[in-house]
Ligand binder design. Structure first.
Ligand code: BGC
Length: 384
């Protein structure tokens, strides 16, 4: 009887173990199956993603090839979009508004699925963008806000007011203005009046500089402070140089020395430096004034190393391009478009949802770290 009982128990145990084993196996098999299904789904999703991106045409329009930065912006965007499977039509318009309008018309006709536009005249695109909307094409304003239209969908740029604040703060610190030093002679230069950024740079800089003009610690010898008077159409170096030539002749003859020039970017700084070089600035008894800039163009980094330009503002075009590419990708695939500012950029018709990147102060002391160590330039590019 005991034997029978023991045998029954052993059989029961074996059956149970067999059952557990099978069910474990079943579980494992189910898990494996789920895993395989998931992997297949992921792969399908990836293929679907690639299929959505594959060949889709994206229009990218940049203002000009004559400035280093726009070449980098365009190249970076093209490379990054192509890496995601898009086809890119990249155009430069040599600062000619009508040429840019023609390029956009063309991109719409070619069937571009999204447009990334660094505008020449921010207020000239309403008509062409309304055509884009009719074709279901979304547009991203790149670096410069597109004005006076409902039909721009997103904006990505750097914090443009902050760029000006960095320039103004540099002047404040270099001259010891907060400690009451002065008076110093200053001249003001602004960017192109058709570029919304130009006003923001100027306002940012003046938020720091204006109180010192009011207190008399900074003296604008020419008296030229009005934005349109000090503006530089198309941001041209030659135009900035010609104005500085005139300012020097009219106001800085004799003993009156120029101590500081607020320049909004590197192309205008190049013009100002050329005008100063022509009248002997840069010698021991006539040092260069404090000169600001923006973009860290190679010629200007070399000018900083040479002690001709005091500072620049580094805006990493790789980061900005990557953000625009993320926006395009989200638009095409129906994802969430990244934005981090929904209150600042009012284009006169609406507030354009924006993603703002952070500008960085650069000078002869930190350029190696921010420009070479980050791989933005090679050491060779910054060696004369
Ligand atoms: C850009 C600057 C550039 C300037 C001239 C501005 O809109 O923000 O980086 O220096 O245009 O091209």
């Amino acid at each position: 009887m005991k034997k029978i009982l023991l045998l029954t128990l052993v059989v029961a145990l074996m059956v149970t173990m067999l059952f557990i084993g099978t069910s474990c196996k079943e579980d494992k098999t189910t898990a494996e199956a789920e895993e395989v299904t998931e992997t297949a789904e992921e792969a399908e999703e990836e293929v679907a993603e690639e299929t959505t991106a594959a060949g889709e045409l994206i229009g990218v329009t940049m203002p000009t090839k004559s400035l280093q930065r726009w070449n980098q912006d365009g190249d970076n965007m093209k490379k990054q979009l192509e890496a995601k499977g898009y086809t890119v039509d990249l155009q430069y318009a040599e600062n000619d508004v009508n040429v840019q309008l023609g390029q956009l018309e063309n991109q719409i006709t070619m069937g571009c699925k999204a447009l990334v536009i660094a505008s020449i005249d921010g207020s000239a695109l309403s008509e062409v963008l309304s055509k884009a909307v009719d074709e279901g094409i979304q547009s991203i304003a790149y670096d410069r806000l597109i004005m006076e239209t409902e039909d721009v969908d997103y904006y990505t740029s750097f914090d443009n007011f902050k760029v000006g604040v960095l320039q103004g703060t540099y002047i404040e610190e270099a001259l010891g203005l907060a400690d009451g030093d002065g008076p110093y002679n200053i001249e003001l230069v602004a960017g192109s009046p058709d570029d919304n950024n130009a006003t923001l740079f100027f306002n940012g800089a003046m938020s720091i500089v204006q109180p010192y003009i009011d207190s008399g610690q900074l003296v604008v010898v020419s008296g030229q402070t009005d934005f349109l008077t000090i503006a530089t159409p198309a941001w041209k170096s030659e135009t900035a140089q010609a104005r500085m030539d005139n300012l020097i002749t009219a106001n800085y003859a004799g003993d009156t020395e120029l101590d500081v020039v607020l320049c909004p970017n590197d192309s205008t700084a190049i013009g100002v430096i050329a005008a100063l070089d022509n009248v002997g600035y840069g010698s021991a008894d006539k040092p260069y004034p404090v000169i600001t800039g923006q973009d860290c163009d190679i010629a200007n980094v070399l000018a900083m190393i040479d002690g001709k330009q005091s500072m620049s503002v580094f805006k990493d075009t790789r980061t900005l391009a990557a953000k625009a590419v993320e926006m395009v990708d989200a638009i095409i695939k129906g994802g969430e478009v990244p934005v981090n500012d929904t209150s600042t950029y009012d284009n006169g018709v609406k507030i354009v949802p924006s993603f703002l990147c952070v500008p960085v102060f650069a000078n002869a002391d930190n350029y190696k770290e921010i420009l070479i160590d980050s791989g933005y330039y090679t050491e060779d590019q910054l060696t004369k």
